[in-house]
Design a protein around this ligand. Structure first.
Ligand code: PLP
Length: 492
């Protein structure tokens, strides 16, 4: 059959389609190149919001060029903002031009990474092996790429539970002799509690350990809690060290927690979602000392390594533990010694998902394109920017630093000499952040530090420059001033 008589979803006119695709690639590259020239964020027009979520079912198709235009006009213009140099909210990665290319190449292959024997499988194995080397885990360690640290945490906890209770499938959580419990600091990310409850742990089995002023887990408190919990009939089995807390960027002392874990035979998990990657920074890698002692590590490529969303990783100290927890091969997935069904073990035996995308390609390409040295320099740069911002805050008469700056996150608030109530100060700082976002100047987020509202500035952004710190401080001061003078003028 000639090409144009085939009945399928391919373009009828490949040449025209190809040229249209080139145009759209140009637009995608323009979008990345012009990241500096846009407002950080723009409020979405009401009509657009309504239109985007109220269209009729697309029963008939439409031309791809019009569709591409629509994406550019309606979506790219109103994005999340994290490609911009002054996106400082939450913990978001920036993305790269190369990321666009890798996503395109991966889509062309449309690989299913659940298993079988094909070249992409070896790319994911390579990425995992590189990560093992980065964190200094032993050779028998393995892992899996997943959507992010939340999923990586779930897999770590399930693997640890299976290792601790080999008969967990038969017993279920109700059949345990003593309830299992785990330890996290009061600065730990809530993905750990979510993973625990999803796996059937009671909420109170996630024990929260107090932190010091510097935001690190109090080790004496951890030991005391373990002792008391044992005496109360609980069975401690898992402890999390946070390497880079989401609120303040603080680090637990991994070596101290590892020592306690060792003595008490607990599984040591490290949440290194963004902070684990300080391993690549010449100035800050000491914060991760001891990470090589972990039984599992969860971290993201989409945050501080700027790989396009969404991709993270779980590493397990011994790959057999992970297979023990997840490997099951029903008849329709039987392995073979040769042919396409070889390539054992399959990645679907190492986690929850059967069909999986080629996440490894964008990671592999990003690491190879820029190299670990350069990626590490970007991490170092962000930490230096957080230090610099901290100094600006400390020397300003109207700004107040709210948490120590350990890595890439600075917390502060606008706090003039006037007698504002603590409620009014909270509202003022929330308003300042909303205005900065709505004006498109900068996008920090807010959090609570010691009960007060903080302007939280997180730098996981390779496009940020030192001068952006000056600009941010000036913008906060001027919004703060105009809001407080307005408020004073309004008092009769
Ligand atoms: C972002 C983050 C997580 C969750 O990771 P996702 O990739 O969003 O699932 C967990 N822990 C910390 C410290 C984080 O910053």
């Amino acid at each position: 059959m000639t090409k144009d008589l085939r009945d399928n979803l391919d373009p009828k006119d490949w040449a025209a389609y190809r040229s249209m695709a080139h145009d759209l690639l140009d637009q995608a590259m323009d979008h990345v190149e012009s990241a500096f020239d846009r407002p950080v964020w723009k409020p979405i027009p009401k009509d657009l919001k309504r239109n985007l979520a109220n269209e009729p079912l697309p029963v008939e198709g439409m031309a791809m060029d019009r569709l591409g235009q629509r994406v550019a006009e309606d979506l790219m213009a109103y994005g999340n903002g994290n490609t911009h140099p002054r996106f400082f909210g939450w913990v978001h990665g920036t993305g790269t031009a190369g990321g666009v290319i890798s996503e395109m190449m991966a889509a062309a292959m449309n690989t299913n990474m659940g298993g079988r024997d094909h070249a992409p499988i070896y790319v994911e194995r390579q990425v995992i092996e590189w990560c093992r080397q980065i964190f200094g885990l032993p050779e028998e360690a393995g892992g899996l790429l997943v959507s992010g640290t939340s999923m990586a945490t779930l897999l770590s906890l399930a693997t640890a539970r299976k290792r601790h209770v080999p008969r967990i499938e038969e017993l279920g959580m109700d059949g345990l002799e003593r309830p299992l419990c785990l330890y996290v600091s009061d600065q730990a990310h809530n993905c750990i509690a979510k993973a625990a409850t999803a796996l059937g742990f009671a909420k109170h089995s996630v024990r929260r350990v107090r932190t010091s002023d510097q935001g690190a887990m109090d080790i004496a408190e951890l030991e005391a809690m373990i002792r008391n919990d044992r005496a109360d009939g609980l069975e401690p089995f898992f402890v999390v060290a946070t390497a880079g807390s989401v609120n303040t960027g603080s680090f637990d002392n991994i070596n101290s927690i590892a020592a306690v874990a060792n003595k008490n035979e607990l599984w040591l998990h490290v949440d290194g979602a963004f902070g684990g990657l300080v391993k690549l920074s010449e100035t800050h890698n000491h914060l991760c000392q001891g990470i090589e002692r972990a039984h599992s590590i969860a971290f993201d490529f989409h945050k501080w390594l700027h790989v396009p969303y969404a991709v993270g990783c779980v590493l397990i100290r011994d790959k057999r533990w992970q297979l023990d927890a997840f490997s099951e091969r029903p008849d329709y997935l039987a392995d073979q010694e040769r042919g396409l069904a070889a390539g054992n073990p399959w990645f679907c035996e190492m986690g929850l998902e059967l069909s999986r995308g080629f996440l490894a390609l964008k990671v592999w390409m990003t690491l190879k394109e820029h190299g670990l040295k350069r990626l590490g320099e970007m991490i170092t740069k962000n930490c230096a920017q957080a230090r610099y911002l901290t100094r600006l805050v400390e020397t300003s008469s109207v700004l107040e630093l709210l948490s120590p700056t350990a890595s890439n996150i600075t917390n502060f608030r606008y706090h003039p000499e006037t007698s504002l109530s603590s409620n009014a100060l909270d509202q003022l700082n929330t308003e300042i952040v909303m205005r900065l976002q709505e004006n498109g100047v900068a996008a920090p987020s807010t959090t609570k530090i010691g009960g007060v509202t903080s302007i939280r500035v997180n730098m996981t952004n390779h496009r940020t420059e030192m001068s952006d710190m000056d600009l941010l401080v000036k913008a906060v001061e001027s919004e703060g001033l105009s809001l407080t003078t307005q408020a004073q003028a309004a008092v009769p």
